[in-house]
Design a protein around this ligand. Structure first.
Ligand code: AMP
Length: 289
């Protein structure tokens, strides 16, 4: 524990109160770095906080389990809630402000009817398999941007397609917020850190390492097998570990377009989603060919 970082963590739960604080920071020209999260914080989130602290005068972490981005009610209801531990982590990480509103505070008129259609991105990867997910993400992130007026906002590469749609939103709406992407933080055995990992039992936690291993296999075979063969091999690897692969896809890193065969001299993301029982995990690796 790094005690030298410990200072005050100001916690706000209402929009009206945090807006007053934001107005004061804006008046004194302080830069604001926002790290939006759903809590159950781990080292992956803390890497985002660390980056925000390096680049801004004030770092805000938001914790809000956003009901409108869950396409399965059970996933929303079982989402881990560790608010007290989260506060300790934020305090030791030296985060300045926690914004932790309730659902009623964020959506006082009931769940929003507004939706955002990301077009092509809705047809691939997470957009294809999680109907309404990115609309919910887009609405809550826009709302957080409106309330908190960040100079910079930090997102994890772990949610590769989320980074694509947030960049699309900012670009297409001419938002002033600068989007910063932070690389994936992994456990020692390669499993990408995720709040949902907390729901895995010991056996499932060991099985889950096959997800990153299948991505490494796919990367190593990119120019020796065709992509359909790679997908079949990955599905088999995962099946042997008791995991059901939902998709493995290759996407051009910069444009977010689905690719069917890799070419040399290009940057891709290999993206995967898989189920351990009812727990759905995603991961990706960036490949420069
Ligand atoms: P979440 O709380 O899962 O919505 O995540 C909040 C932010 O943390 C998102 O921008 C995620 O992409 C990012 N994040 C989650 N896990 C990791 C990780 N293992 N490494 C880096 N960033 C992450």
């Amino acid at each position: 524990m790094k005690f030298q970082n410990i200072k005050n963590l100001q916690t706000f739960t209402t929009i009206s109160e945090i807006k007053v604080a934001i107005a004061a920071y804006k008046k004194s020209s302080k830069s604001i770095g926002l790290v939006p999260t759903m809590g159950a914080l781990h080292q992956g989130h803390l890497a985002l906080i660390e980056r925000a602290k390096q680049q801004n005068n004030i770092t805000i972490c938001s914790i809000f389990v956003n009901p409108i981005q869950f396409n399965q009610l059970s996933d929303f209801e079982k989402y881990p809630n560790t608010l007290d531990a989260d506060k300790m982590l934020l305090l030791t990480a030296g985060c300045d402000i926690l914004f932790a509103p309730t659902v009623e505070q964020m959506y006082p008129f009931g769940l929003p009817e507004l939706s955002i259609n990301f077009g092509y991105q809705n047809t691939i990867l997470e957009g294809r398999f999680r109907a309404g997910h990115f609309s919910g993400v887009g609405v809550v992130v826009s709302k957080l941007f409106n309330i908190l007026q960040p100079t910079n906002a930090y997102f994890g590469q772990k949610d590769f397609q989320q980074c694509l749609v947030i960049n699309q939103m900012v670009r297409e709406l001419s938002s002033e917020v600068s989007i910063k992407i932070v690389e994936i933080v992994r456990e020692a055995d390669g499993l990408a850190m995720s709040s949902r990992n907390k729901r895995l039992n010991n056996q499932e936690r060991m099985q889950a390492t096959a997800i990153y291993q299948s991505l490494q296999m796919a990367e190593s075979q990119l120019f020796t097998l065709n992509f359909e063969q790679i997908k079949r091999k990955a599905a088999e690897m995962l099946r042997n570990a008791g995991i059901t692969m939902e998709y493995l896809d290759l996407v051009a890193f910069d444009t977010g377009i689905l690719m069917y065969e890799p070419q040399r001299g290009t940057k891709y993301a290999l993206c995967i989603a898989a189920f351990l029982g009812e727990i759905r995990l995603i991961d990706n690796v960036v490949v420069i060919t």
